[in-house]
Write a new protein. Sequence first.
Length: 209
Amino acid sequence: MGCILTRFKSLRKRKPPIKSGYKSMRKSRTVTFNLKQEDKDILIKHWEPTILTQEPDLFLKTMMASIKDSPKLLDIISRKTFDPSSEHIAEWPKLQQMAIGNCAFFSKQIVTNRLDEGLVRKDSEVLGAIHIEYCAYGFKPTFLDIWQANMISIIQQCDFHPQIDKVNFVRAFSELSNFLCTLMVVEYEDSMQSVRRTDRNSRKNAVKC
């Protein structure tokens, strides 16, 4: 009993740890990272030798399929300043650059970071703010559902050896992309709230002047 009382008193005297403002302010920290080690292993095993070898233009094809499903995406990507011909959209430099950037991002998380949660979160938390620039042209987080569905549809067409790995890879990749998309949406909404607060404060200051 004495040991328990002594321990209780010592715990009561301890000051609570100071939380990092960076972490406590980010709602995206509540988005759970559910990849298990076997999920990480299957993604690392097949990402380059299976997926990117068979589908080197995976991200370009995904963007094109998403634009076909939702033509509004073309206006958003182009910021309504350019209207590429639908026949030559795959040759559009901006779309190609976005596809290359997306591929590099996923490859970094899977191959370089080896899906370490801390590293993946750090790289992913900037995505929401990046997409803010497209808000004025009609970007909505729901477009990510279209993008994600098309990505997985293309991946499912790849050949895996052994075949059972396809089921496990698709499940793991779905979990990863869902985490990334959810985190991005949360960060996007947080960034939008910050922009609105700044606008309100600017208007208030303008009225005072």
